[in-house]
Design a binder for this molecule. Structure first.
Ligand code: FES
Length: 684
């Protein structure tokens, strides 16, 4: 503590001053004794949260005294450097939860002596949120809508003005929020809310300076929802806008599947049924409302608690949701109605969140590269990488981004639904009972596999008992990649994708199906369904992976780069795929295997970043403008690359990094099929 003169000339007073240091920010300053800590923090620009405006109601401003000797700051910091616990803090503890471990409400704690103060992460407005599981990533919390509590002056006949003007003034005075506007829809709720809250009111205010919702008294609940509308599934995450925490999640199949399995068939449906677009719009909006209700029920909340939705979708889903016909996206020049981000009241799309709630849709990039890819970019930040990075989001259309901090290119490629298990004879969506992992012994050609819902391999004891009553039901996208890659590595399938019928002499797993051969992965005598990998299945995978690889090659050409240094696979398929086997088949270019990894649901993560961090919206909106779009349909080389990529892994590209780790199968010497061999074939 020290004395300092405050004031000018003869009116100057000697005032006792104390030093305060805030950690982890390191901000420090000197203040007169008895200055409230929250006030000192505000002066120094220390990031401390508050919803109630320092009234001791919300508990967001908690700090603790760092006790001990701090020679660097020349401070002996003790709890006695702060005023004792006051009645408001005790009341807060009784009303909510007791202040444990020396925690204090900074708005009701006064500085008495030099002190070092710890601001815990949960008390910081712009705290970093670390997400869980496969999606570790820091997000600086700064949502577009925040809650502010104020106490509004009572009406006074001598000061004639409206209650709305009093509210706006109180928000400006208490929270430095000048020039606010208010939706006229809220006017009818204002006076009842002021009366119920005894002039205390909480306003939800957007960064665009709009008051979007009002509640009587102190309100601390504000939710937002991040949505990923895929052509197959819709996933939503409920987030607490005040803490950034993900509170609940829900997902459902996209109900538009009944109009067509893949995107183009949905566009065709609209072309043939003029009312089809409207039907699909209704279906997706209803599905979203159902998911919102489901996810908010998980936390016993109400739809009124949801103030904002941030959404990503591919261009066709994006247009249908907005009620725009997707027909223009069905053919060249694949014209988007808009590629800008969309920010509108959610009620315009009949989304049943809070009446003042907002909807933000990330910008699209090109005709087939949508807001979902913008989400992937936001999440993966290729623009911050030195390494030449390839991002691949595989769905019924693959969306591909290549680049680094110098340059970014994007395109999409029509892979079709084979990677999702569709168009595969025993394919199915990823669900319990679907084969997801496969290994084939190259000498016996015997397979072993694992299905979703069980951790036991099929050749281990207890496998049958670990399955539900349906047993083995089919093979999902990641399973089909594995089985085809294993068939290639075991020599069952040639480089050209032909199943070698001559191997029937070595294994009863090679069976005749019409004029071609198939591989019996699972016998019907065992549990569940017969799983046969047919020649046609192999062709479907070749077509899908050739389309993907040709798109990647075009981007590599435009980038003028022979090497990819890092690959991130996004989406559900990318999360479950075995990267080595994906490379063995030539889905992705040669790259050091330890530099290939899953990005999880990066599009959904991008939606969450845009929900929780307003600044990220400006970032992605400006970034998409400088992404160079490559239209695969217009590129003459696409066909050549496609033909080469039909081979495993590729007709013209060597994969030195891959084959330094994996033994390349030797091309087989063709064997004549003998008559006796034919007689031994097993018919299925
Ligand atoms: Fe709300 Fe301190 S600011 S309790």
């Amino acid at each position: 503590m020290f004395a300092a003169a405050v004031g000018v000339g003869r009116s100057a007073l000697l005032v006792e001053m104390v030093k305060v240091v805030f950690t982890p920010s390191g901000r420090r300053g000197s203040f007169p004794v008895n200055t409230p800590l929250l006030q000192a923090a505000r002066v120094l620009g220390v990031d401390i949260d508050s919803v109630c405006g320092g009234r001791g109601l919300c508990g967001r401003c908690q700090i603790s005294c760092a006790e001990g000797s701090f020679p660097k700051h020349q401070i002996e910091s003790t709890r006695a450097s702060l005023s004792p616990l006051c009645a408001t803090e005790i009341k807060y503890g009784e009303r909510k939860s007791p202040l444990l471990d020396g925690r204090r409400l900074s708005c009701h704690t006064l500085l008495l002596d030099d002190v070092v103060i710890d601001v815990p992460a949960e008390s910081q407005v712009h705290r970093q949120i670390v997400r869980k599981a496969a999606e570790y990533r820091d997000i600086a919390l700064d949502p577009a809508i925040r809650l502010y509590y104020v106490e509004v002056d009572a009406a006074d006949m001598h000061v004639p003005k409206g209650d709305l003007q009093r509210l706006i003034e109180a928000l400006d005075e208490g929270w430095q929020l000048p020039d606010l506007r208010c939706d006229s829809r809220l006017l009818k709720t204002l006076q009842p809310a002021l009366a119920e809250g005894h002039r205390g009111i909480t306003a939800a205010v957007s960064k665009a300076k709009n008051i979007v919702a009002l509640w009587p008294g102190l309100r601390e609940v504000a939710y937002g929802i991040a949505v990923d509308v895929g052509s197959t599934t819709i996933a939503v995450d409920l987030c607490d806008l005040t803490s950034g925490e993900v509170l609940g999640s829900a997902s459902a199949m996209n109900p538009q599947i009944r109009f067509g399995e893949d995107l183009m068939s949905r566009v065709s449906y609209v072309m043939m049924h003029p009312e089809g677009a409207e039907e699909m719009t209704r279906a997706i909006r209803q599905a979203l409302n159902k998911l919102f209700a489901e996810v908010v029920a998980q936390v016993n909340g109400t739809l009124d608690d949801i103030l904002e939705v941030s959404l990503v979708a591919n261009p066709i889903m994006h247009h249908i949701l907005l009620g725009i016909s997707p027909v223009e996206l069905g053919g060249a020049p694949f014209a988007l109605a808009t590629d800008a981000a969309v920010e509108i009241p959610a009620r315009e799309l009949e989304l049943t969140i809070n009446g003042g709630g907002r909807l933000y849709i990330l910008p699209c990039i090109a005709g087939h590269v949508g807001a979902d890819t913008a989400g992937v970019i936001l999440s993966e930040e290729p623009q911050c990488q030195d390494q030449m990075t390839l991002l691949v989001d595989v769905g019924t259309n693959a969306e591909i981004v290549l680049g680094n901090r110098q340059r970014l290119l994007a395109c999409s490629s029509p892979t079709g639904p084979a990677f999702e298990g569709a168009q595969i004879s025993c394919g199915q969506r990823a669900a319990a009972g679907a084969v997801e992992r496969v290994r084939i012994d190259p000498s016996s050609l015997e397979p072993r596999f694992r299905v979703i819902g069980s951790h036991i391999w099929s050749d281990q004891p207890g496998f049958a008992a670990s399955l539900d009553q349906r047993g083995v039901t089919g093979i999902c996208g990641s399973g089909i990649i594995e089985v085809v890659a294993e068939m290639y590595l075991a020599g069952i399938v040639s480089e050209d994708g032909v199943i070698d019928g001559a191997l029937r002499a070595r294994s009863a797993r090679i069976v005749e199906t019409g004029r071609t051969w198939s591989y019996l992965l699972h016998d019907p005598d065992d549990d569940g369904a017969q799983l046969l990998i047919t020649q046609s299945d192999i062709r479907q995978i070749q077509l899908a992976k050739a389309a993907l690889y040709a798109g990647i090659k075009l981007l590599m050409d435009h980038m003028g780069t022979p090497d990819i240094e890092r690959i991130r696979l996004a989406g559900a398929f990318g999360s479950h795929i075995d990267v080595q086997r994906a490379m063995v088949l030539g889905l992705i270019p040669d790259c050091a295997l330890d530099q290939v990894s899953s990005a999880g649901n990066a599009a959904g993560t991008g939606a969450r970043i845009a929900l929780l961090n307003h600044g990220s919206r400006e970032l992605i909106e400006s970034l998409v403008k400088r992404i160079e779009k490559i239209e695969t349909a217009l590129e003459p080389k696409f066909q050549d690359y496609f033909v080469d990529a039909m081979a495993f892994p590729n007709k013209s590209d060597a994969f030195p990094k891959l084959f330094s780790k994996v033994v390349r199968p030797q091309p087989r010497v063709p064997e004549a099929v003998s008559g006796s061999g034919r007689r031994r074939r097993r018919r299925v």
